[in-house]
Write a protein that binds this ligand. Structure first.
Ligand code: BMA
Length: 343
């Protein structure tokens, strides 16, 4: 009997210890989805549908903690962004989200101020874009001011809106990418953006989010050196994060995990060092080609780093295989629901 009681007691102590360990590791993490309420695979609210719908709600019955929207196109005064989302609709959904005390994150794929080409037109425009006497500088300033005007029409209190400009700068696919923009120019671009937006007294959380880190040696120090070299500075940034995608199916897992650890590790160290918040600002496995990606690949990453949120990219209504959250009847649906419950 005594032996039996002792066994129960030690089992109890053991499970308390386990519970404490898991509580310590598992902090609440918000899940976000780009354009979550604008459209999903095979549905869209872009042409005036006022009935609320959300990919996350469709899948889980919960309202989204965080929604990502993109401002690309606002710099031209366009009515719709580069993915056809009307800015008036975006504003209305941001107001609704903030009204429910839930968060929003805004990225921006602006046009190349020199050529008028897309964000992916890497025609070099620095240092002209940062020289006050140049016409391209005036264009850039007008682009940033249009963002400021839009942001000034959004709820200002409390700080529920994250602004994440000049993202993935460590890659070579945007005109502000590192092939065309030195660390010094990148920082000046941020400082200019911040100075212009500050004129409008906006209440924003600013996020810095590079992507792959390849400039220096493939060690933790190399990754930190790169992310730190382009860091805009403590007075300009509130959240440090990274964007990192898993390409292909299972065969892409090792490469993804390598990059994700390298980038999240560097972002976490930088955030800790500068007393900033940490986030996994963009990720995903397109068309969910890697089985159980959410619970097997993404979940452990989310639990290993003290991130505040993780955001996956959009479920396009008009591109068959361009989705990052499971679509209705997809075999990965139950894996996704398990992930949300475990996050
Ligand atoms: C990319 C793709 C494009 C889209 C762009 C900006 O990753 O989703 O289709 O235009 O983001 O949202």
């Amino acid at each position: 009997m005594l032996f039996y009681t002792m066994r129960i007691k030690s089992a109890f102590i053991f499970s308390c210890v386990l519970l404490c360990i898991s509580c310590k590791g598992n902090h609440p993490i918000l899940f976000g989805h780009q354009d979550d309420v604008c459209y999903g695979h095979e549905w869209s609210r872009l042409d005036g549908d006022t009935t609320y719908r959300s990919c996350i709600h469709d899948m889980t019955g919960r309202y989204p903690d965080l929604i990502g929207f993109d401002l690309g196109g606002i710099e031209l005064g366009a009515e719709r962004n580069l993915d056809s989302v009307p800015f008036a609709f975006m504003r209305q959904e941001i107001i609704r989200q903030c009204g429910a005390h839930r968060q929003v994150t805004l990225s921006w794929h602006p046009r190349n101020p020199l050529t008028g080409g897309s964000a992916w037109d890497t025609t070099p425009c620095f240092p002209m874009a940062l020289t006050e006497q140049e016409a391209v500088y005036d264009t850039l300033v007008s682009y940033i001011r249009r963002v400021a005007v839009f942001l000034s029409t959004l709820p200002q209190e409390p700080s529920l809106i994250i602004f994440r400009p000049w993202h993935e700068n460590s890659g070579n696919w945007f005109w502000w990418g590192r092939q065309a923009c030195s660390a010094d120019q990148y920082q000046r671009l941020w400082h200019l953006t911040r100075a212009l937006l500050d004129e409008y007294e906006l209440d924003l959380q600013w996020a810095y989010s590079p992507d792959r880190l390849t400039l220096y040696e493939d060690t933790e120090e190399g990754a930190l050196r790169e992310i730190e070299a382009f860091y805009p500075g403590d007075e300009y940034v509130d959240i440090i994060g990274t964007d990192c995608y898993h390409f292909g199916g299972e065969e892409g897992t090792e490469d993804y995990l390598h990059r994700a650890h390298r980038q999240l590790g560097a972002a976490a160290t930088l955030a800790h060092k500068h007393n900033k918040r940490l986030a996994f600002t963009e990720t995903g496995n397109e068309a969910l080609r890697c089985p159980h990606w959410y619970t097997r690949v993404l979940l452990p990453l989310c639990h290993q780093y003290p991130i505040e949120y993780v955001l996956v990219w959009r479920n396009a209504w008009d591109i068959e295989q361009h989705f990052f959250m499971p679509i209705p009847h997809h075999p990965e649906q139950s894996d996704f629901i398990q992930f949300i419950e475990a996050l």
